[in-house]
Design a protein around this ligand. Structure first.
Ligand code: GTP
Ligand code: MG
Length: 301
């Protein structure tokens, strides 16, 4: 007898920096979404496909919900809201030791408006005592009707199997959306530009990272090597100087770290050339946001 399959979309939402992208990467066992210790790392929705036996889950990572200060931020927030409205199950991620701030109040009131099952995921349990996890559960459990509550660590992988078992219960019966071998719907070019942006986020000081975007100008595959040219867009002359660094040291560091990751991802040798360009206030320009694929509603269609 043929076994029934289950499949569905699982959105991951929460405020910035709670570990949404780390959790998604850990589940599929590959780094597709970039991560960093700086909030607002993810800018568009990113889907990955997890298939096991008769079950397929499409995880959709979203930008952290925050109080937007520019058009880019507004687009990020609207992308996140729209994504969870279109999913079958929602994972609401929080950190074990945080208090319920304004951002979580806003998320909670948003969650009250939907009827899909919401699973409260308490992340980063590796960082706190067990008692803190219990306190967090007590604090949150009655705020809205959660289908389930799962404490875990996206970093160590602890309890992730439990989360997957829990999600499975809430998936509708139906055919797979993707071929079981599929891992993501992200185009390679986009992953490459995100890897470069991640190295920028990690190598640059506090004031620049949110003001950069990365554009792939050229990506040419030949037999033994991939030639890539990319521009790092920043907002000011002074930022350009910092990105390039003394004698080009900073951009060299970003480039060589990015190249290693890109080679791993493409499984080919890579020749990477980076340029730095200035576009003032690009984060508030509809035209440039669209150009960079960051225009929120249309960004991922
Ligand atoms: N100790 C610990 N750190 C974690 C865990 N999960 C994520 N982190 C760290 O938390 C930081 C943020 O992780 P991200 O996955 O980028 O967070 P995010 O929620 O996707 O953030 P945005 O994209 O900015 O909304 C990174 O430095 C991660 O290494 C965890 O389970 N334990
Ligand atoms: Mg993220």
């Amino acid at each position: 007898m043929e076994q029934k399959t289950r499949s569905g979309f699982v959105s991951i939402i929460g405020r910035p920096n709670v570990g949404k992208s780390t959790l998604m990467n850990k589940i599929i066992g590959q780094k597709i979404a970039i991560t960093s210790s700086k909030p607002q790392t993810t800018r568009t929705k990113i889907s990955t496909v997890y298939t096991k036996g008769n079950t397929q889950m499409i995880f959709v990572d979203t930008p952290g919900l925050h109080k937007a200060k520019n058009k880019l931020g507004e687009n990020m927030v609207s992308t996140a809201k729209r994504t969870f409205n279109e999913s079958d199950v929602c994972l609401y991620l929080i950190e074990a030791d945080t208090f319920i701030g304004e951002q979580d109040e806003n998320i909670l009131s948003l969650l009250r408006t939907v009827s899909i099952p919401i699973i409260l995921v308490i992340n980063k349990v590796d960082k706190v005592e067990k008692s803190v996890v219990f306190e967090t559960i007590t604090k949150y459990k009655d705020l809205i009707e959660f289908a389930e509550i799962v404490p875990l660590s996206a970093k160590t992988g602890r309890n992730i199997e439990t989360l997957l078992e829990v999600i499975e219960k809430y998936l509708p019966e139906g055919p797979f959306y993707y071929d079981p071998e599929t891992l993501t719907d992200q185009p390679e070019r986009q992953i490459v530009s995100e890897i470069i942006r991640e190295k920028g986020l990690r190598c640059l000081g506090e004031e620049i990272p949110h003001g950069i975007a990365v554009v792939i100008e050229k990506m040419q595959f030949s037999k033994n090597i991939v030639d890539i040219e990319a521009s790092i867009i920043c907002e000011r002359e002074s930022h350009k100087g910092m990105i390039i660094g003394k004698g080009g040291s900073k951009i060299k560091e970003i480039g060589s770290k990015a190249r290693i990751d890109i080679e791993k991802m493409l499984d080919k040798k890579v020749n990477l050339k980076l340029f730095v360009k200035i576009k003032e206030n690009w984060r508030d320009s509809d035209y440039l946001l669209k150009n960079f694929g960051l225009s929120g509603d249309e960004a991922d269609e």
